[in-house]
Design a protein around this ligand. Structure first.
Ligand SMILES: Nc1ncnc2c1ncn2[C@@H]1O[C@H](COP(=O)(O)OP(=O)(O)OP(=O)(O)O)[C@@H](O)[C@H]1O
Length: 644
């Protein structure tokens, strides 16, 4: 029976008796757990809501960055590479589609980085005739060019010239050969790029004199264009020296003399036939003055022109003063329709061949576009090379030998501090055993200041002078003469005089201010180590300029050729006192000069006009004190005489 016990409801009484206490507690527990559950659910909901909000915020933020911010470099790169990969995949597929042999045009270039195309030089620039830079081991004597006239050879010997320099023995026979051809064969134009002081002047002077020496009637047959007056005068002097053995006449028209005087030297009017006739055969000039005469001198005709020489060609082309080439070309072609080849036999016999263009420089432009402006006819290039490079070794995109310096030149650089830079210079000048030193600065004012400072530092030990564009041409010539004779030991000058000036026996060139451009560097250092003589060139480089200077040299392929020279600044203590007193003297001298200038400026308008007319250089900043004083005196005297 025990097995079948059925629990029967015993009434409230029974329940309340046994479980009253238990039921009450469990109900409470249930209620509490219910409350707890609800609490948890509410917390979960709040959490979910918070997360949802955060997600929304993040999404917004993301959208903003996509819209406004550029992707980072890394991202960009990865996007680019992905795109490129896709593209190359596409290209491969498409090339496979056409048999894998052909590239689909236009499809592969998009997006991919283009390979830089190397410039291809014209054949004549890429394949020049190489000229040696060795001026010590000369093998060709002046007698070895048989085509050259005997009188010219004798004159060369009289002047102490025994051997020809490489550029001369290559260019002179070539030009003489071109002359000997019948007029139907128009001569080819030439460009010559050879180091400074390698004798380029003779390379055109001698063949021109030889070609014109037997002329009957004077006509302008050779026109030599140079960038500045000094250079023109220098080349003119060489012509004068060598045409002495002929009846040829040369003239230098650079504005040194009045326009009327120059006109009378160029042409004369004949009453007999009522025409103008040329008085000269060779004209040496500057671009500006040439244009003046082309425009204003009646009878100035270039219809017989045989040679057009452009010396320091890159500089002349850079300046393009008054568009001189345009005027010259117009003048030549109006005289003679030259560059159109002859059509008939009769044409050939009646026409003059075009003038042969001869371009010379130590830093010839390698830019074919610039050379194109000159309209060269089948040009031929003669050039020197750096460190034995041959045209075969150099790539066809590079013009070899653009910045060659003489083999006899020692090139150095000194690292210096700006604060004591004059002391570095002073030390170099006292330490070296050089008799004549040319010092370059970058500005005309710098020339004047440095010259005064050095004068006060050296006192009687060395004679110091200055030369710059602020001086009159006559004063400049006089100073150069004194420098060449050794009366002046240290000459401070600006870049205006860096090119072409041929002062023999300059022992050293110091660039007090480092040059900004490689061309300036080449021409500055080229004032020494000329014509096979030894020379030293030193450049002072401030610490902040070091990188730029190194870059400049390495771009020109010259870094290994310019060596560093160590200077110990502890030596400077010995001449610190001299330097300090020189600085004070410089200050007072500059103040005095300024005072004189002020006095002159104070004068009334009429007086100033008078001054401007009579003495233009008075107000120029770097005129020396003595100049200013004498000018001011002279001015007062003139004003008294004219009662102003
Ligand atoms: N064959 C030679 N033998 C000896 N001296 C020479 C010879 N040829 C030229 N010279 C001298 O060399 C010096 C430099 O000549 P030149 O002025 O012609 O050089 P350059 O190449 O024109 O220089 P730059 O590029 O600086 O103008 C001159 O004083 C000249 O008299």
């Amino acid at each position: 029976m025990d097995l079948f016990v059925v629990e029967r409801y015993g009434g409230d009484e029974q329940e309340s008796q046994s479980d009253t206490h238990n039921t009450k507690t469990s109900h409470l527990e249930r209620l509490l757990s219910k409350i707890e559950n609800k609490k948890q659910q509410a917390a979960q909901l709040a959490k979910d809501e918070e997360e949802r909000k955060q997600r929304k915020e993040r999404k917004k933020q993301k959208l903003k960055t996509i819209k406004h911010e550029k992707p980072s470099v890394d991202k960009k790169k990865s996007i680019k590479t992905q795109r490129q990969e896709k593209k190359s995949k596409f290209n491969k597929e498409s090339s496979l589609e056409v048999g894998g042999k052909f590239t689909v045009l236009g499809s592969d270039s998009l997006g991919s980085k283009k390979v830089k195309v190397k410039a291809q030089l014209p054949y004549w620039l890429a394949n020049p005739s190489v000229v040696s830079v060795d001026l010590k081991n000369l093998t060709v004597t002046v007698d070895d060019i048989p085509q050259l006239n005997r009188d010219l050879i004798e004159k060369l010997k009289q002047n102490g010239i025994v051997n020809f320099f490489p550029v001369q023995h290559q260019v002179i026979p070539w030009l003489l050969e071109a002359q000997s051809k019948p007029p139907q064969f128009w001569p080819r134009d030439i460009c010559v790029s050879a180091p400074t002081g390698s004798g380029k002047t003779f390379a055109f002077v001698l063949p021109i004199i030889q070609a014109l020496r037997n002329r009957l009637i004077p006509h302008i047959r050779a026109l030599v264009v140079l960038p500045v007056q000094e250079l023109a005068t220098q080349v003119y002097k060489v012509f004068l020296d060598y045409i002495g053995v002929t009846t040829l006449k040369a003239v230098c028209i650079t504005g040194k003399e009045s326009f009327q005087q120059e006109q009378s030297q160029l042409v004369r009017y004949s009453e007999a036939d009522g025409k103008f006739h040329s008085c000269v055969d060779i004209v040496v000039t500057t671009p500006g003055r040439l244009v003046d005469h082309l425009q204003s001198t009646v009878g100035f005709s270039l219809c017989h022109l045989k040679y057009l020489v452009i010396d320091e060609a890159d500089r002349v082309m850079e300046s393009m003063q008054n568009d001189w080439l345009y005027h010259l070309d117009r003048h030549i072609s109006s005289d003679n329709s030259r560059r159109v080849p002859p059509l008939t036999i009769r044409d050939i016999s009646t026409r003059h061949p075009p003038p042969q263009k001869l371009l010379f420089s130590a830093t010839l432009s390698q830019d074919p576009e610039k050379l194109q402006q000159l309209g060269l006819f089948q040009p031929r290039l003669f050039t020197s090379v750096i460190n034995g490079t041959t045209p075969e070794e150099s790539s066809s995109s590079e013009f070899i030998g653009k910045f060659t310096t003489p083999a006899e030149l020692t090139e150095l650089w000194v690292a210096c501090e700006l604060a004591v830079k004059p002391l570095y210079l002073y030390d170099l000048l006292t330490e070296g055993s050089w008799n004549t030193v040319l010092v370059f600065t970058n500005t005309t004012e710098g020339v004047h200041r440095l010259a005064i400072l050095l004068k006060h530092m050296f006192k009687d030990k060395k004679s110091v002078s200055e030369v710059s564009s602020a001086l009159q041409p006559k004063q400049r010539t006089k100073i150069f003469e004194c420098f060449a004779s050794g009366t002046i030991n240290v000459l401070v000058c600006s870049d205006a005089l860096a090119r072409g000036i041929d002062v023999p026996n300059i022992d050293c060139v110091i660039s007090y201010d480092a040059p900004k451009f490689i061309k300036n560097y080449i021409h500055r250092v080229g004032r020494t180590g000329r014509a096979g003589r030894n020379g030293t060139a030193i450049t002072l480089v401030e610490n902040r300029q070091m990188k730029k200077f190194e870059n400049m040299l390495s771009q020109a392929g010259k870094q290994s050729m310019v060596k560093e020279k160590e200077v110990d600044p502890s030596k400077f203590e010995a001449f610190e006192d001299d330097y300090k007193s020189a600085l004070t003297a410089l200050k007072t001298e500059l103040e005095r000069e300024e005072e004189v200038r002020k006095q002159i400026r104070k004068k009334p308008k009429k007086y100033l006009q008078f001054k401007k007319k009579n003495l233009q250089s008075v107000s120029k900043p770097s005129a020396t004190l003595t100049n200013l004083k004498t000018m001011s005196k002279k001015l007062k005297q003139l004003a008294k005489e004219k009662k102003i």
